[in-house]
Ligand binder design. Structure first.
Ligand code: PLP
Ligand code: TYF
Length: 400
């Protein structure tokens, strides 16, 4: 039956892990996938998550189905975390929200909803570059994908003029996808004043802002600061949509906990959006998994656990920031040709090193160091034990 099915390429990010696993070297490092590692290079289960899980076991939680839109307490707390408790759409009961299968599931529901109901446009503009999965998931949901300028290779920073010009040039009512914080893969974010300008342009052009927030807390260690763009746009009256993931900030990768929410004009509009979200979700997966949502709900809904969690996110963010400083210092000490300030100034899980695909290949071959071919590294994979080895190998690769 499948004689004509062509062989497809592996996922460019998850494929790196496959190559890493096959390498026997004891020095090997996997900087491919964005998953936090502790100071010893191990996956990290947050202490607040462990406590919440113990509570769930003690309470003898059952395994019944959730409603189509998920756990109600989770949805409320996820919305409060992102928008703030005092946010107008929450207080006025006009936020439509559903639990989702992590951030990817949120994006998929959002794109399907836009494909079905957004009347102005079927074109979504994503930054160049963007998280690789954005493009196929938008296309598979019936949207056409176009790009706006984002990253400037020459400055290793934001091409703000290019970004503004492209968003301004997009036909009125276009869908504009924005990374809320800790842009993946570049680690380059707009400043608060740049976000204000973007809000104004998007408002004037009647574009639809589509926020992807996969790293709240992870960017700065401060969940309020990381939500600045989303909250500012809401204050400015944008009827945006927001995709949230709890994979990174709670370390719940495989539990697949996320949410997608739509700021609506009023309660009546919210009720109609809610009804259609259910109709989209039902034939996709019927209802979401329960365990991770219960963990998030237990943590966000308990003052003590919530405060524990805040300090744990901050600790993760701070460890990443300290690795940035150490990597920068090492590269400079080794007289590595080039300017490396971006390693320190970039934000979040990743650094976009500027290494060329050839240098990336050489690092894999010569030093058993694995990363995506765009030169992106997951900073969390670095620690006190491997950072000197890594910096030396990079320095050598750059020197040629
Ligand atoms: N969006 C961005 C920008 C990401 O980097 C990721 C990856 O973590 C996601 C969404 C969704 O990830 P997940 O489906 O694991 O929540
Ligand atoms: O960019 C990353 O590494 C994370 C994790 O298909 C990820 O966002 C990568 C690829 C993928 C799913 C998650």
């Amino acid at each position: 039956a499948w004689a004509n099915v062509p062989q497809g390429p592996p996922d460019p990010i998850l494929g790196v892990t496959e190559k890493f696993k096959a390498d026997p070297s004891p020095n090997k490092i996997n900087l491919g996938v964005g998953a936090y590692r502790d100071g010893k290079g191990n996956p990290f289960v947050l202490p607040s998550v462990k406590k919440a899980e113990k509570q769930l076991v003690r309470a003898g939680a059952n395994h019944e189905y959730l409603p189509i839109t998920g756990l109600a307490s989770f949805n409320k707390l996820a919305a409060e975390l992102a928008y703030g408790k005092d946010s107008a759409p929450l207080k006025e009961g006009r936020l439509a929200i559903t639990q989702s299968i992590s951030g990817t599931g949120a994006l998929r529901i959002a794109a399907a909803f836009l494909g079905r109901f957004y009347p102005e446009s079927k074109t979504i503009y994503v930054p160049t570059p963007t998280w690789g999965n954005h493009i196929p998931l938008a296309k598979d949901s019936g949207l056409e994908v176009k790009h706006y300028k984002y990253f400037d290779k020459s400055t290793v920073g934001l091409d703000f003029e290019g970004m503004k010009a492209d968003i301004e040039a997009a036909p009125e009512g276009s869908i504009i996808m924005l990374h809320a914080c800790a842009h993946n893969p570049t680690g380059v974010d707009p400043t608060e004043s740049q976000w204000k300008e973007l809000s104004e342009i998007i408002k004037q052009k009647k574009h639809f802002p589509f926020f992807d927030m996969a790293y709240q807390g992870f960017a700065s260690g401060d969940i309020v600061k990381d939500a600045f763009a989303v909250r500012y746009f809401v204050e400015q009256g944008h009827q945006l949509l927001l995709c949230q993931s709890f994979a990174k900030n709670l370390g719940l990768y495989g539990e697949r906990v996320g949410a997608v929410s739509f700021v609506c004009a009023d309660k009546e509009e919210k009720a109609r959006v809610d009804s259609q979200l259910k109709i989209i979700i039902r034939p996709m997966y019927s209802n979401p998994p329960i365990h991770g949502a219960r963990i998030v709900s237990a943590i966000l809904g308990d003052e003590k656990l919530y405060n524990d969690w805040l300090s744990e996110v901050k600790k993760m963010a701070d460890r990443i920031i300290s690795m940035r400083e150490k990597l920068y210092t090492n590269l400079v000490k080794l007289n590595t040709p080039g300017e490396w300030g971006h390693i320190k100034s970039q934000i979040g899980m990743f650094s976009f090193t500027g290494l060329t695909p050839e240098q990336v290949d050489k690092l894999a071959e010569k030093a058993s160091i694995y990363m995506t071919r765009d030169g992106r590294i997951s900073m969390a994979a670095l620690n006190k034990k491997n950072i000197d080895y890594f910096a030396k190998a990079v320095s050598q690769a750059v020197k040629g």
